[in-house]
Design a protein. Structure first.
Length: 268
């Protein structure tokens, strides 16, 4: 991909893209929406059954993008306790544990199958991490993690999969285990990302909220929405910006606009 452009202005749509989005106003029926909410865990479990550990690439970019993982240390070899909220099959967790030997990680995921894949990974060690199944919207993190004990929480491509009405519950839950003065590092899909523009009609669940063919859902964040969400739960905003990239597929001569939202929010 091309060099990222960071800033506070959202991506500008082409006239054709704007017209296509304006036409797509029909929402999925309320009955189907309730069914998707009820079957959310099942749909993610099936996703991991189909894709095993092969779908996402290992995220070795995490420490590059989030220098805060190193910056939050008060001295060089300080042992850090992190929580990866929504760990999937460990694509972010294991590169982090490999790159930084002074990390103890809590990690949880909605999908029991994903948690099993993490536990079967050759790099998994109970001395260095504790992994558990958790619905962040209703299962209390305090059942597995002491209050005010975590130095950094990563929330990477997780909140977008949750119904917008329940996102605040996740932030409330995380707040309880984060140490005062420490941060949540956030990265997720931004408004007008290529993935949002690819949805066919009859995939729309609400404003900036869509369902994929496999039943998993995705929300596309604006900077304003994310800011309000965190501030309403008592966090202070440190960084909140769009990251725009262009992914180039030379074989097919395609240029794909990618838009993410990257943020850092602190517990006072």
């Amino acid at each position: 991909g091309t060099f990222p452009k960071k800033g506070h202005s959202a991506r500008v749509l082409s006239a054709e893209e704007a017209e296509r989005l304006a036409k797509d106003q029909v929402l999925v029926s309320e009955f189907k929406q309730l069914k998707l909410e009820k079957e959310a865990q099942k749909n993610w479990d099936l996703f991991y059954k189909r894709n095993s550990t092969n779908f996402f690439k290992d995220r070795h970019w995490t420490t590059r993008e989030f220098q805060e993982l190193k910056a939050c240390r008060e001295f060089a070899d300080q042992k850090l306790t992190i929580l990866e909220a929504g760990c999937g099959v460990g694509n972010c967790l294991f590169p982090l544990l490999e790159e930084d030997l002074n990390i103890f990680a809590y990690a949880c995921d909605f999908s029991p199958r994903a948690v099993e894949y993490v536990k079967k990974n050759a790099l998994y060690s109970t001395e260095r991490c504790k992994v558990f199944q958790c619905d962040l919207t209703k299962d209390d993190l305090l059942d597995n993690i002491p209050a005010d004990s975590v130095d950094v929480v990563t929330l990477i491509f997780v909140l977008s999969a949750i119904h917008p009405d329940k996102m605040h519950l996740v932030l409330k839950n995380i707040y309880k285990v984060l140490k005062p003065g420490k941060c949540v590092l956030f990265r997720d899909y931004g408004l007008y990302d290529h993935a949002m523009l690819r949805f066919k009609s009859s995939s729309k669940l609400g404003e900036n909220f869509y369902v994929r063919q496999d039943g998993t859902r995705s929300y596309f964040f604006t900077e304003e929405f994310l800011s309000q969400l965190f501030k309403a739960e008592g966090y202070e905003q440190v960084v909140n910006e769009y990251v725009q990239r262009e992914t180039v597929n030379r074989k097919e001569d395609l240029r794909v606009p990618r838009v993410f939202l990257q943020g850092k929010f602190q517990k006072p």
